[in-house]
Design a protein around this ligand. Sequence first.
Ligand code: C5P
Length: 230
Amino acid sequence: MSNVPVITVDGPSGTGKGIICSYLADWLQWHFLDSGALYRVLALAAEKHHINSDEEAKLVNLAENLNVEFEVAGAGSLVNVLLDGEVATDDIRTETCGNAASVIAPIAKVRKALLSRQRAFHEPPGLIADGRDMGTVVFPEATLKIYLTASAEERAKRRYKQLKEKGINANLRDLSAAIAERDERDSTRAASPLKAAEDAIVIDTSSLDIDAVLANISELVRNTVPGLQK
Ligand code: C5P
């Protein structure tokens, strides 16, 4: 599959990764891997089966046998995530589920169990991979690696706005604290910590609006991906 291009987009939450990856997958009509959704589904499955975050063997077994489906419309857009055949799209998007995912994500054997599932998304005509370790571990040979950052304060504000728009009550100070805690856990863990690959292009989105980030990245894609007629 080495001739099938992959663009990795890594970084902490609230940097605009999700929206940027959806845009890229839709524009290029490529496949889309939302790896965070996989960790979130695993956390949801663990809750469903009453498995605690310290029960490593059970979590690994769960990860190996996870019955998850990503329903897509066309190449790029993720419509629904199913766990054991049931729609889990909204359940996995809560702050609680994101935090639960980051508590089990440091377990190296769990990460290993999810590796081949993630690599299976690498199919023609190409893949956009969104996560924390896409450029460093899962797709080290990626065609283009992007790492998005933004200040913790700006990310908390964006998340707050997103939740408000969805009609979900949120407190900015609590959100900031939760984001800081999750960042700390994700970036200090031994297994595949959140960090930019050495050959990644780092973009700080703190003072950029989404259109500016998209313009910047689209240009990078045009200049990097061979044979692109876009
Ligand atoms: O990106 P998202 O917020 O959906 O990810 C939820 C959690 O899953 C992250 O905080 C992180 O702990 C974990 N994760 C990971 N590696 C990835 C994607 C997500 O460890 N590639």
